[in-house]
Design a protein around this ligand. Sequence first.
Ligand SMILES: Cc1ncc(COP(=O)(O)O)c(C=O)c1O
Length: 397
Amino acid sequence: METKAGDPGAFAHFDLARVDSPAFVVDAARLRANLAVLADVRDRAGIKLLAALKAFSMWRTAPLVSEYLDGVCTSGLWEARLADEHYAGGEIATYCAAYKAEDLPEICRLSNHVIFNSPGQIARFRALLDAQGGGFDIGLRINPLHAEGEVPRYDPCAPHSRLGFPVNQLEGAHLDGVSGLHLHTLCEQDFAPLERTWASLRPQIERYLPQLKWLNFGGGHHITRADYQRDQLVEFLKAVKADTGCEIYLEPGEAVALDAGILVGTVLDTLRNGMPLAITDISATCHMPDVTEAPYRPAMLGELPLEDELIDEAQGGVVRLGGPSCLAGDVIGDYRLPVTAEPGARFAFLDQAHYSMVKTTTFNGVPLPSIWLWDSETDALECVRRFAYADFRDRLS
Ligand SMILES: Cc1ncc(COP(=O)(O)O)c(C=O)c1O
């Protein structure tokens, strides 16, 4: 998978020695810029825009997110609690592929929208939902059966996908008590795939539109990328709103924190095995699991082109970077570092604010990166959180 982000922005001038290693550093100024772009789309289109906590839930920045957007979308009880504690005042839309009965009363109390993955779950929980006394809308996630994904792992419309109720099975009775439909089918995509998805879906749900209050087009919209077609998106959203009479929601995650954070690491040791190798204190599997899951190669701050024919190893040739864990596949990729790849050398991977911080593990007892907030406009730098041995120990028993 090719990542379309990797703009260093103000990090091009950030001194990596100012923070711990490993450390996530988030630039509040870049976050504000992304949020301003999203709020502008929201205002021009007359829609509601929620931030997906699954992608980026550094709650220290919640006041900033809440200042610009209408609320957050959450993936279940714990994210809904986090939203209630830290992103208070905005809307909370919760979608989970399947709920547990014991979680639902609190989820209903915390959420404005409770979105189900199947009419079967709505029917099974009907009495429980009725007993909550209202205050929330019930939604249904549908699968438009229109695949636009580039990678099956990230394509909720891939064959046999469990995510969303197949639209060709939808019947009027399934929408009893349902106020809105939700779809999430994109991943790091432009406007055209959304337009095609709606063109394919609209005729299939046309007869239900008059009874719906809202439509939620999920996430996966790369709205804050410099070349995203924002004007077309705005016109499209206005047209869908006018056509359907529904309130329209978008819930991007990645676009909120796009290029807003780096992961700083250090070379711990070097060796050769057919090529130069370096062990670092960043682990792909513990700190950037998408690198091996997607897989993709994260861009490095200031990296030199790999294909330079004049590469002289003594001057800094290609090095394969890997983590300190026991996993043979804990390999990040091949790089030409901007500094000599020797023990103590600092480097940073770009675009690590989203889907890395939320996915870290302590496999092998590998320490968690500390979390820093920097403001490139004022140069203020703050260590928000450091993790210790107890954080590893207390997840075990
Ligand atoms: C239901 C739902 N909403 C929103 C998002 C956020 O998507 P993204 O971070 O790609 O914008 C996701 C991501 O998986 C999702 O599953």
